[in-house]
Design a protein around this ligand. Structure first.
Ligand SMILES: *[C@@H]1O[C@H](CO)[C@@H](O)[C@H](O)[C@H]1NC(C)=O
Length: 218
């Protein structure tokens, strides 16, 4: 009898965990958990500082009115506002970025392993897209103008390209306090130490010296 009750409880627990809690960062068990950046404790997320020590500044960031410096090879700059900038975002499952694009600037193909992204164009326009997982690898593509909104589902490879002669500004929200970024080209051709060129050559079905040339760009 005791075993049956236990199994039933375990099954109910499994059920309750299978919806909601796994959609993004884990659900809150308290009003907030402002990250204690001094703590040496290591948990999934960051430990909370004492609630009595929490102040309004723990939920505050200033500076998103300022353009990031997009004068780089790709012509884009991401200003992130996640748990690293706002300690109060710890355990809340949400964060923000501002992205500035130079004329013909690109936010190159990348993925956020821990979050879905919803992006809106504040100024200018963007050619955006994402690609689904194997085996379809279906490419969804759309041109966005000022005020348009587009969603990049969690974990999928996506990009934004400013196909015009003037700058573009976008704001995006992400469903994690710490979305993470994996840029495809950097991971494959710019890792440290490098992935051996014969491995990359076989993966991409090109000559080894083509891979060496690609790796030299990073
Ligand atoms: C950029 O715009 C030009 C001119 O409208 C068009 O021909 C080209 O296909 C566009 N490229 C991308 C990647 O959006």
């Amino acid at each position: 009898m005791g075993l049956r009750v236990f199994l039933l409880a375990a099954a109910l627990l499994a059920l309750s965990c299978s919806h909601g809690a796994i959609a993004s960062d884990p659900s809150l068990l308290q009003d907030f958990c402002v990250a204690d950046k001094m703590s040496q404790v290591r948990v999934n997320g960051l430990p909370c500082k004492a609630a009595k020590d929490v102040v309004a500044e723990d939920f505050f960031f200033s500076g998103l009115h300022m353009a990031g410096n997009a004068a780089n090879k790709q012509g884009s700059a991401v200003t992130a506002v996640n748990v690293a900038q706002i300690a109060g975002l710890n355990t809340l499952g949400i964060s923000l970025v501002r992205i500035d694009y130079a004329p013909y600037g690109l936010n190159p193909p990348h993925t956020h392993p821990r979050s879905t992204e919803i992006l809106t164009v504040i100024e200018g326009s963007l050619n955006v897209g994402f690609v689904t997982s194997n085996p379809e690898n279906k490419h969804f593509n759309k041109v966005l103008n000022k005020g348009d909104v587009f969603v990049f589902p969690k974990g999928l490879v996506h990009y934004q390209f400013n196909n015009c002669t003037t700058g573009t500004v976008a704001i995006a929200a992400l469903s994690s306090q710490n979305p993470g970024v994996i840029t495809m080209a950097n991971a494959v051709f710019g890792s440290n130490p490098s992935i051996p060129d014969d491995i990359v050559a076989k993966a991409f079905q090109v000559e080894k010296n083509t891979v060496d040339w690609m790796q030299a760009q990073f």
